[in-house]
Design a protein around this ligand. Structure first.
Ligand SMILES: Nc1ncnc2c1ncn2[C@@H]1O[C@H](COP(=O)(O)OP(=O)(O)OP(=O)(O)O)[C@@H](O)[C@H]1O
Length: 260
């Protein structure tokens, strides 16, 4: 009997996605589903297609073939009826991708500031609450991104992604380059946000400790293809050679290690 407490509902689906650059396959028949409230972490070696997959899902790069479904509808259909459908997504790109010419609060309030009836004072107040959520004080609001450390920029990027409590979070390497304490606190924030708002999240992470902490499921890409997709709890026990090599940081295995 479905009690309604563990609702299984596919909210994002990628079907047979292919993309090549100069004849080289960068995404190779990628198919997967994510359920409401799930956090899927994508792992894989450098150049395996992780960022490209997120960019294709968002329409920043167009696929050669394959489809993306949101709530069971093709993305193009969703876009037709709701041109601002990307507002349903909170995104964090690598290097945080903050706008250098805008202050921290303008960066975080960006989505709301675009609205015709935007009230700057209300938006700034909301931003200060978000800053507090990611562990930054109100004094940071009027600074420019260049005045912040890398860790602070990540937090600001995360606050921007959380802004408006989006249904979906797509985060590219949220803990890369951070010290272990900062990385742990960012992982906690992602967990808290996804739990409190039942957010469906896809997170690219090379930080396996963070991946284990935040994920329900893990998917590994290699040369644009999915080589493993399963529950995070099975990561340690799987015999999959790609996973074994990746988690043991071994030079031996199916993943080629580049040498000079
Ligand atoms: N706009 C583009 N033009 C040409 N090639 C591209 C483009 N975007 C991605 N690629 C290629 O697609 C492949 C996958 O790139 P992608 O950035 O997705 O890798 P990744 O797994 O995110 O790597 P990393 O962990 O290093 O960020 C790479 O070979 C890359 O060179």
């Amino acid at each position: 009997m479905n009690t309604g407490t563990n609702e299984i509902k596919t909210v994002l689906e990628v079907k047979s996605l292919n993309k090549s650059f100069n004849g080289l396959k960068a995404l190779d028949n990628v198919s997967f589903k994510t359920q409401l409230g799930e956090t899927l972490v994508i792992i894989g070696p450098s150049g395996s297609g992780k960022t490209l997959l997120l960019k294709t899902m968002l329409g920043i790069i167009l696929q050669d073939s394959g489809d993306i479904f949101i709530d069971g509808l093709p993305k193009e259909k969703v876009q037709e009826t709701a041109p601002n459908f990307l507002d349903r997504f909170g995104m964090l790109f690598q290097q945080s991708a903050l706008f250098d010419s805008m202050t921290v609060w303008e960066n975080i309030g960006f989505k709301d500031l675009k609205k015709p009836d935007a009230d700057k004072n209300i938006i700034k107040k909301e931003v200060i609450k978000l800053l507090d959520k990611v562990g930054l004080g109100p004094e940071v609001a009027d600074l420019y991104p260049s005045e912040l450390s890398g860790g602070m920029q990540k937090r600001v990027g995360l606050a921007r992604a959380f802004s408006g409590d989006p249904e979906f979070l797509l985060l590219d390497e949220p803990t890369a380059g951070l010290d272990p304490i900062m990385s742990n606190s960012i992982s906690q924030l992602i967990k808290q946000q996804t739990k409190e708002h039942k957010t469906t999240s896809i997170v690219i992470s090379s930080d396996l400790e963070s991946a284990r902490k935040i994920s329900n499921n893990i998917m590994m890409l290699h040369q644009g293809a999915i080589v493993w997709h399963g529950p995070a709890s099975k990561l340690e026990e799987t015999e999959n050679p790609f996973i074994r090599q990746f988690i043991h940081k071994s030079a031996k295995g199916p993943i080629a290690v580049l040498t000079e």
